[in-house]
Design a protein around this ligand. Sequence first.
Ligand SMILES: [Zn+2]
Length: 773
Amino acid sequence: MKDIKTTPTNETRRQFFKRTLAATAVLAATDVRMNISLAGDAGRRTSLDVPWYRRTLRWAQTNITEIDPTRYDIAWWRQHWRRTQVQGVIINAGGIFAYYPSRVPFHHRAASLGDRDLYGELASAAHEDGLAVLARMDSNRTHEDCWRAHPDWFAVDATGRPYRAGELYVTCVNGPYYEEFIPDVLREIVARSHPEGFTDNSWSGLGRDNICYCANCEKKFRAWHNQALPRARNWDDPVYRAWIRWNYARRLEIWDLNNQITRAAGGPDCLWIGMNGGSVTGQSQQFRDYRAICERAEIVMLDHQARTDALGFQDNGVAGKLVHGLLGWDKLIPESMAMYQQGRPVFRLASKPEPEARLWVLEGFAGGIQPWWHHVGAYHEDRRMYRTIEPLNRWHKENEALLVNREPVAAAGLVWSQQNADFFGRDNAQELVDLPFRGFVNALVRARIPWIPVHADHIERDAAKMSVLVLPNLGVMSEAQCESVRRFVARGGGLVATGESSRFDETGESPGDFALSETFGAHVPANRDRTDWTVRIRRAGETNHTYLRLTPELRAQVYGPKTGAEPMAVGKRHPVLRGFDETDILPFGGVLESLDLNSDCQVLATYIPAFPTYPPETAWMREPRTGIPGLIARTAPAGGRILFMPADLDRRCARDNLPDHADLLANGVRWAARDAVPLAVDGPGFIDCHLYRQGHCLILHLVNLTNAGTWRAPVHELIPVGPLRVQIKMPDGVTGAGVRSLVSGRKISSARKAGLVSFEVKSILDHEVAVIE
Ligand SMILES: [Zn+2]
């Protein structure tokens, strides 16, 4: 066994800080809050001594495979770190496989490691090069010999059989593996190599799909809830819901315990930061309470490597904005970005097509995410993947001061909560929760209305800056969250809500009516079945041959044959129905039931029940008119405009991608916002617009998602669009005296008039970033 590696000397560490001094100074100069946080730190740090988690803007990870100790060319990878301008590296250290000669019993060395300290050699090289080091762990399963020696460390099913993942055995979060083994490994790694911190891929143990019945779980759950563990997954059982909450609480204890260990061993900045995903539903599956984690975290390492067809590249912007909303916009969110073919299908050793990788990275930048390139294995025969990140990171370095420490400028806040994903989404969060949210995302991106995600507990904090709040089928809402919405509307704010928003409390129980019924002006009739989840889930997953009838008032002209049966009305349609003058119906797809409405409501569309599509001779409306409302508008006494959509057009928009649904959603948001949208972008294409303020500047990202691969990954080539005409409302303190481009480098001429700055972007290939000064 090799001797324990010498740790970096004080001199080395001081050099490390010096090397990053220039970047630090740039950041500190642009961020008042950073200086405040430094000054507030008991005078221990100087302004040049910004901790690694605030200044490491570009990261690298070569995920070490078991064979790599025989072929890892450290000199080559050091060059690659330099070529790609990274400031931090994530190096496999321990967990399932140890990449150093660990002395902790049952800490398995990688098969080809022998006595080599590959992790230690890499950590030393990185420290010598002035890079921050995160030791990567993977800590939720281990090998058979350990299970034989310590069966009480492992998760078991109701019959006492251990849960397995392939050849490995899954460890239990309530056992000594997490309380003794992992802390021993963390302390050993700190002592050997002094990493800046730790990441861990699968730190949260067994996911929600399985219940562990080990003795530790039985004992601890009884102590917590005074009940035996639930025998099966059953969301209607209060004990099962308590088990869900208990699991969340345990993951937070693990987060805190690991941080105690690493800080005690490595100093106050030696953080254990796990890893977290970009999907709230995914976080729920793993009992990771995103809001509570972000309250504890100084930095979030985001494991969110690729898009799906349905989510699109815009999903990366969503992830960045959602996590920043929890973590703060002054902190960093590096994201693992696969340089190999990740997503569907997966080819670990083949390059991801360059335009596909590039657009994912650029959407990340637009959402406030920092780059972290990721390769699997230390040797590649497909070398194209090494080239992908170079120009992107070069651009990032040149413009880094403008890419962090910014505040979003938005018209709309899309409200979400993880409780809703759990207790309303249950086992069908995709249909019940994700699709409605995504429908609004796609409609707002398409309409170029700037928006941000707002956590339901942060409405008071965040909504004051916005014109309109959106509740996308937010079924579960606490009374405090509802009260925040009522106050927002009472202050004159606009509201758009859909589906079953506010029908359930935070425990998942429903009193029957919407908690926000008086705000919506709509009530669920008292005899309605409130608990039939089978019907709810089936309807969410189907597209039926149903329609919405636009209220027939207010039409100036009719083009087409007259039946004589329909009354003619003249006038102007409601602004929410703008653009639909030539039709009296719209395709719908959902199913609606009657509601009781307050007298101050205006029904903008009613439901047409399903009729056959086939054979075509049968495709005529059996019931052309009902009184069942699909869209309901009202204006609150204080002037707040409220649009309640019992029709799940948000979910339909995400499912079926019909432009009518996207237009209706965008119209609704504009109307409720009283057209107070700070950004207008005219011109062709599918462009994701992100607007920020930084000091006296506005920063506008325009990401060109117009592509043959927009809805089918991967993108094969980039297609330029333009020109785009941009108009931005100038907030106080921004003069709009000049506009410059960070991508094309062209000088952009602009005009100022009545508080607006206008300019044209001639052409965009992949993205453009305009700085308005
Ligand atoms: Zn257990």
